[in-house]
Every structure is written in structure tokens, then in C-alpha cells.
Design a protein around this ligand. Structure first.
Ligand code: SF4
Length: 374
């Protein structure tokens, strides 16, 4: 356990809604695992000051904590661990990777893991039996790394589907920035950094509506991508997220607050009735979004990718999800760049489904430009 003797900066500012019903539903932190350097850092101390009385256990690495990630008993407590556990670490390798689909670049994320529990989430695939939020506390180093990377690119000379003018950096590859903001200012710091980077734009996908983000003043330099799927799929698969209708209803507020608002149609899960339900969802988007949101909107389509190890874990806490996620007759194994064996729809199934979905978009929401389909 750590012993805190010096003063800590305040964590509860007026902007953050720790005590909102939505926050309370997601997070009730009762145990913190922290690397010593993370706990002692200004951001770490700030986070811990917001969790008075919560025991802090020192760990040598945020990445492999035997009693957490290596404890197969945690599968049965999958969502409870996400509610009650927080990990603080220092991100040691700061690297920006080229992407070219969701974004031009994948920035080093300020978190890994999530308090929500989507059954198809790829983040836990290499994390074993638990996947609560890990917050990285060396946010100054992360921001400085991104700033240097943006400056090294110079202006974007060729438009592409990511953006016609700005280099787009995904800042939330392995977590949800909207939820992280319930606990700390990492998301706010990244949004603020991109405000002063005229050649670049931050981007993150989210399934959580956090009104506190409306006060961050992004000035058009952050793209928020609300993830959407039919409500029935979401109820089964998007465990603990904000309802899809709430995400859609928030789009205009986020646009008016200075965000670029895109939609992440993902993952597309093929099952009986999927075309009818996507048509209904896109019709709803067309009905409720104001013209100013439609004008700037774009979408990405991402077909479901699953994974054998995650399938086994899911069977331990949410087997009903596997009825739709695991469909061997329509899927094939594919080894990804990092060596993991993933399961994807076969090329014929996938390309037929993408054709059908883009056709549905063209008829129900013709204003919605599809940036890419994968
Ligand atoms: S919101 Fe994103 S990071 Fe969180 S569980 Fe769902 S897919 Fe994973």
C-alpha cells in the first residue's frame, strides 16, 4: 500500500460529472492497482485524490497483474471487475502507427481497457481474464509525443478519405475516451492539444454519452465518432453502453459544442433480419439529425471480427452473445499482423454484406458519405 503525505491537486472540477447516474452505473472503484511511478505522478495523484479511502496495491507492471488478468475466476465477474477496479500505469513505448482507415495515424492511447463490456471488443484479446480501465498517467509525455509527430508531418498535401486537409490521429484505440473522462483529464488534455495543431485532428470512437465533454471547446479539431448498430444488437452485445438512440440524440449537441461528428457503423453483425434493422436505424438517423449535422457527417463500416480466445472467455460470462458472434459456417480464421488468430466473415459473405449495407445507406440516408468499409 502507498502512503500519501504531500498535497495533491484537486480532481473534482466543475466540468466532470462523477456523480451522474450514468457514471455511477459504470464505475464504483473499490480497488486500484498502480505502478509506483504512476501513483506518484501528478495525474496519478489527481486520480487517487478522487478516490478517497480506496486501497491501492503496488504492481510492477500495469500489463500483467496475476490476480487480475491471470485469474480465470474473474471471467464470472467480468463486468464487476470493470466497475470496481482501476489500474494506473506509465505508458513506456510511445509510438504512432500509420493506419489509413479510421485515421491516418494511431496515436499512443492514454488508456487501455474499458468500463463498458462489448462482447466483441478486441481490447481484451491479449489481456486474459479481466479488462478494467488502465489509465496512463504520463499524459504530458503522450501529448508531447503527438505534438512532435504532427509537426514532423508538415501540412497534409493530398486529401484522402480520412480527411481532406488534416492529419487524423486516433486517440482512443484501446479504450473509450468519453468514459476515461469520468476519472481524469487525459481526454481533455488531448482535445486541448489538438486545438492548437492546425494541421491535425484528433478522433475517437465512443459508445458513451458524456455531457462533460461538451465543455472541452475542441474548435473543430476533434472528431467524435458515435458507434451505432441496431438497437436489438446493441442490447445483446454493447453491454453497459449508452443506448444507441441516446448517442444519436447527442450528435447535434456535440456538433454545436465544436466537435466534428461522424458515425462508426460497427461492428456489423450478420444474423436473421440484419438488413431490416439497419434500414430502420439509418431511417431513424435521417429522421432525427438536423441538416447541420448531416452536412458534415461521414461513416465508416466495420464488419465483425471475432477471436477464438475471446469466444472462450465470452462463453464464461455472456454465452448468449456468442449465438450471433460465433458463426463458423460464415466465418474463417485469419492471422492478424500481431500473430493472433482472428475469425472473420469469409470474403464472399463480407463483400455481399457491405454491398447490401451501402445500398441501404444510399436509400435511407443518402447524405451519409461512407469513408470506408472494412
Ligand atoms: S466501448 Fe469500445 S473499448 Fe469499451 S468495451 Fe466497447 S468496444 Fe471495447
Amino acid at each position: 500500500m502507498f502512503d500519501w503525505e504531500d498535497t495533491v491537486p484537486p480532481v473534482h472540477d466543475d466540468r466532470r460529472s462523477y456523480d451522474s447516474p450514468a457514471a455511477r452505473r459504470l464505475l464504483d472503484i473499490r480497488a486500484v492497482y498502480a505502478e509506483p511511478a504512476a501513483a506518484a505522478s501528478p495525474r496519478g495523484r489527481q486520480i487517487l485524490a478522487g478516490l478517497p479511502g480506496v486501497p491501492v496495491t503496488e504492481v510492477s507492471s500495469h500489463w500483467r497483474i496475476p490476480s487480475l488478468h491471470g485469474n480465470d475466476g474473474n471471467v464470472a465477474r467480468w463486468t464487476r471487475v470493470k466497475t470496481e477496479t482501476l489500474v494506473l500505469g506509465v505508458k513506456r513505448t510511445l509510438a504512432t502507427r500509420p493506419n489509413g482507415r479510421s485515421a491516418d495515424w494511431i496515436a499512443p492511447g492514454a488508456s487501455n481497457g474499458c468500463a463498458m463490456a462489448c462482447a466483441y471488443c478486441y481490447v481484451p484479446r491479449r489481456k486474459g481474464y479481466a479488462n478494467p480501465i488502465t489509465l496512463f498517467t504520463n499524459i504530458e509525455a503522450i501529448v508531447e509525443h503527438v505534438r512532435r509527430h504532427v509537426r514532423a508531418q508538415g501540412p497534409k498535401r493530398e486529401p484522402n478519405q480520412c480527411d481532406p486537409h488534416a492529419w487524423v490521429y486516433d486517440i482512443g484505440e484501446n479504450g473509450d475516451c468519453s468514459v476515461d473522462d469520468l476519472l481524469c483529464d487525459n481526454t481533455a488534455d488531448l482535445v486541448a492539444a489538438f486545438r492548437s495543431l492546425p494541421t491535425a485532428k484528433a478522433s475517437f470512437a465512443t459508445k458513451f454519452v458524456n455531457p462533460a465533454l461538451l465543455d472541452l471547446d475542441p474548435r473543430g479539431r476533434t472528431r467524435i465518432r458515435f458507434s451505432l448498430m441496431p438497437a436489438d444488437d446493441s442490447k445483446l452485445l454493447d453491454i453497459r453502453t449508452s443506448p444507441v438512440a441516446e448517442r444519436i440524440a447527442a450528435a447535434a449537441d456535440f456538433h454545436d459544442a465544436g466537435y466534428e461528428v461522424h458515425f462508426n457503423l460497427s461492428p456489423v453483425v450478420l444474423r436473421q433480419g440484419w438488413q431490416r434493422d439497419w434500414a430502420e436505424l439509418l431511417g431513424h438517423l435521417d429522421d432525427v439529425l438536423p441538416a447541420r449535422v448531416k452536412q458534415q457527417a461521414a461513416a465508416e463500416i466495420i464488419m465483425l471480427t471475432h477471436n477464438q480466445a475471446l469466444h472462450e472467455v465470452n462463453l464464461g460470462w455472456h454465452p448468449r452473445a456468442e449465438d450471433v458472434l460465433w458463426q463458423p459456417e460464415a466465418q474463417e480464421n485469419k492471422r492478424s499482423q500481431n500473430g493472433a488468430v482472428n475469425v472473420r466473415y469469409t470474403p464472399g459473405v463480407k463483400s455481399g454484406a457491405i454491398d447490401r449495407l451501402t445500398g441501404i445507406i444510399a436509400s435511407r440516408a443518402p447524405w451519409l458519405r461512407v469513408r470506408y468499409a472494412f
